[in-house]
Design a protein around this ligand. Structure first.
Ligand code: ADP
Length: 748
């Protein structure tokens, strides 16, 4: 018969760390009853508590169990749930746990006064009461009240875990001389991880008498003995560290009920009593049921509260998304929406990065740090939403700002590096601990283990470098917003992508169609022109005046049509031909075109070139077409009897020369300035004074764009009415070639 190591755990543990304490393997049972484990037939026992060792030397296990409880061990059958067996004529009951090698048996007092009068069927009342509350506060009070009524403990506390598993007492009910812990924080180490895990499998835990060491559990034969796991056993012995902790609190008995929401330990109902106290099996089962009921009700009220604020948030969210879609710009959409993004998640400022642009509102860190902050976020491990309540401890020192002491970051995409950040300023936050959290546990070398803090007097700590922490619900809102925005942007992106492909196809078709049509029209037009000429020369004597007039109209129309075809072919060629990039002397181009267009100078037109142009790089023929069209328009679109005046000036930086062509003509109304570049768009199509095809400016625009530039129309500076065209041409050969490569890629 072997006595386990004279320590608590069956193995030697040097407890420097509470998280390592193997609570389920503590080789002790509590002194309120007896513990024994046995095989399935009940004729061999493996482990037994100290108090019955002597009896088991003289009696068989089955005899002993029958003498104590009136139950026959042979009658026990294997069940998944613990079984409660009792015989009214005996004052002890038997609790049976089935394990793979047999049974774990707990023999505990039966006739302890039960707090619950089960004959009165309290279930209905309690269920009703717990399902009625409309808000969290009412429910908390009802929960405390119910547990107080069921257990009769001195002090009932509702303990809520924070995300880091520190906890706070959010409600309590106590007898007068018991110290109040309401509002106090407890560090996470007070309920270490493995204790929290045990609550997930066993929702209630009784500690009958913390001042008792309990009974050592011996094994019958150390070698053949299965290993002992007391996870579901109520009588499981108590950690010496925890007994000392309770003792320091002035408590001898405790009872805890876990509240589990969505499979996570949400909180505990902690019951304390100054004197030892026992809760019988039925009451424990009732409290387990109550724990489930509380979890359900709690979820319900929390959901109800969340639903209320969610309805409001949804409204703001939909306004934001709508605004993003209509503005086509994330930053503008978020910052200039009626739905206020700072109202969605209360904050002191917002910083957004989208498409390489950064903008913010509210109180912001120094602009020189913005880019650095986003780069720092880029380097973090992938995340969607991240809440940091104290950036000071994580951000590089030079990027820290008291305006961004707390940040809630929403990452829209890993690729684009687009973010929305809510900022909270530094705040002074008081946390009142139950005892100095620095002294939660100290290693006691005499005991070979850590020893808990002695005092639970309230201990105030003031934090200044942190911001008001982000709530779970606020993090949830950020996640919702991310989903919404991404879904809509993605949809939009796909639509644009599809349209773009369709447009490209249509464009290609149109180009080759117009090219071949114009080309094919040339031949029949030439015959019409030839035959009209013959008619005029050889048959004019047989035609009357009207016939000759009609022939003139045909000749004029042929001329117009030839011009039209010529222009269309030019325009189509602009797209299809590749650029022949050479050095181009604009001074020479302008001079030649001016001479061609203003050969006879019949209107007294004047051209002023403000200063000599620098050399540009580009396709000579296309650049020639730009000037030819602009100059001929300036000569054409001018009121009768007004001598045309044209001025060409330029500005230049290292890469681009911007050329300005302005005139004193009839001008272009501002609302038409975009449209005049469309093919066949003419502002005065029926005015015979101004002949034309409506293709010239389309050619100009296309030629400028092929060189990587843009063209704009503005008000002329040389006459109130005139037009002013501004466009850029490159002064760098590599740039033009790059544009060509890009065009080739797009077309493939
Ligand atoms: P068009 O062959 O008709 O001249 P363009 O494409 O060159 O075709 O020009 C389109 C329209 O823009 C013209 O019909 C005219 O109404 C207007 N426009 C072009 N240039 C000028 C200008 N310098 N002043 C006033 N209107 C102009």
């Amino acid at each position: 018969m072997g006595i386990p190591n004279k320590n608590y755990y069956g193995e030697k543990y040097d407890l420097h760390n509470c998280d390592k304490e193997p609570l389920h393997r503590i080789r002790r049972s509590q002194s309120y009853g007896s513990f024994v484990s046995c095989n399935l037939s009940g004729d061999t026992w493996y482990h037994a508590s100290e108090d019955i060792m002597n009896i088991l030397k003289t009696k068989s296990l089955s005899q002993f169990v029958f003498d104590e409880t009136g139950i026959e061990v042979q009658d026990i059958t294997t069940k998944k749930e613990p079984q409660f067996l009792s015989n009214e004529s005996y004052d002890k009951s038997l609790i049976v746990h089935s394990v793979d090698y047999g049974y774990l048996l707990e023999i505990e007092p039966l006739h302890y006064e039960a707090r619950i009068n089960f004959r009165k069927n309290p279930y209905r009342d309690v269920i009703l009461k717990l399902s009625e509350p409309q808000n969290q506060k009412e429910l908390m009070e009802e929960v405390i009240h119910q547990v107080y009524a069921s257990t009769g403990y001195d002090h009932i506390m509702l303990y809520k875990f924070d995300s880091d598993y520190s906890g706070e007492i959010i409600a309590e009910k106590r007898v007068e001389d018991s110290p109040s812990y309401l509002g106090l924080k407890f560090p996470s180490t007070d309920i270490p991880k493995q204790a929290r895990n045990l609550y997930l499998s066993e929702k209630v835990r009784i500690i009958h008498n913390a001042s008792s060491d309990g009974n050592i559990i011996f094994s019958n034969n150390e070698e053949d003995c299965p290993s002992l796991d007391l996870t579901g056993v109520s009588m499981r012995g108590v950690s010496p560290i925890h007994r000392e902790y309770l003792g320091n609190m002035g408590v001898q008995s405790s009872f805890s009920v876990a509240i589990i929401i969505k499979e996570k330990l949400w909180g505990l109902i902690a019951c304390h009593n100054k004197n030892p106290k026992f809760i019988n099996f039925n009451t424990r089962i009732w409290l387990k049921f109550l724990s489930d009921l509380i979890s359900i009700s709690w979820e319900k009220v929390v959901r109800h509260d969340a639903d209320l604020s969610r309805a409001n948030n949804l409204l703001i969210e939909s306004q934001l998304v709508e605004n993003i879609l209509s503005s086509q710009d994330l930053i503008v959409g978020l910052l200039e929406s009626e739905g206020n993004i700072m109202e969605l998640i209360p904050s002191d400022g917002i910083l957004i990065k989208s498409n390489e642009k950064i903008r913010g509102i509210g109180n912001l860190p120094d602009p020189s740090t913005h880019e650095g902050i986003f780069n720092w976020l880029d380097e973090m491990e992938t995340f969607n939403v991240k809440a940091i309540k104290s950036t000071k401890s994580v951000i590089p020192e030079d990027l820290y700002s008291p305006y961004a002491a707390g940040i809630l970051v929403l990452k829209l995409s890993d690729l684009s590096g687009d973010y929305i950040i809510w900022l909270r300023q530094e705040a002074s936050i008081d946390v009142v601990w139950a005892g100095n959290p620095e002294q939660t546990k100290n290693f006691d070398s005499d005991k070979g283990r850590i020893s808990p803090r002695k005092s639970f007097e309230s201990w105030k700590e003031t934090y200044t470098d942190i911001a008001k922490p982000w709530r779970e619900s606020e993090i949830g809102i950020a996640q919702d917003l991310r989903r919404e925005v991404i879904e809509h942007l993605y949809k939009k992106y796909n639509e644009v992508l599809m349209l773009n492909t369709e447009l490209n196809e249509a464009y290609k078709e149109l180009e080759s169609f117009s090219y071949s049509v114009s080309h094919d029209l040339k031949a029949p037009l030439r015959s019409i022109e030839g035959f009209t000429q013959i008619l005029k020369e050889d048959y004019s004597s047989t035609l009357d005046q009207n016939g000759i007039k009609l022939l003139d109209i045909i000749t004029r129309s042929i001329k117009e049509m030839k011009l039209f075809i010529h222009e269309i072919l030019n325009y189509s060629k602009l797209n299809q031909q590749s650029l022949n990039v050479l050095k181009v002397d604009i001074n020479e181009v302008v001079e030649t075109q001016w001479k061609v267009l203003n050969l006879d100078n019949k209107n007294g037109a004047q051209l002023e070139i403000v200063s000599e142009f620098p050399i540009v790089y580009g396709d000579h023929n296309m650049i020639k077409q730009i000037f030819s069209n602009l100059l001929s328009n300036s000569l054409k679109y001018v009121d009768e009897n007004v001598p045309p005046q044209i001025k060409i000036s330029h500005t230049a930086d290292e890469k681009v020369v911007t050329i300005i062509v302005e005139d004193n003509g009839i001008g272009i109304p501002s609302e038409q300035r975009e449209r005049i570049f469309e093919v066949f768009r003419r502002l005065k199509p029926n005015d015979e004074k101004y002949e034309g095809s409506g293709v010239g400016l389309s050619i100009v625009k296309k030629a400028v764009e092929r060189h990587g530039g843009k063209i704009q129309v503005k008000d002329s500076t040389i006459a109130n009415t005139g037009a002013r065209f501004e466009f850029g041409l490159p002064m760098n050969q590599d740039f033009v070639e790059m544009m060509e490569r890009r065009k080739a890629r797009l077309h493939n």
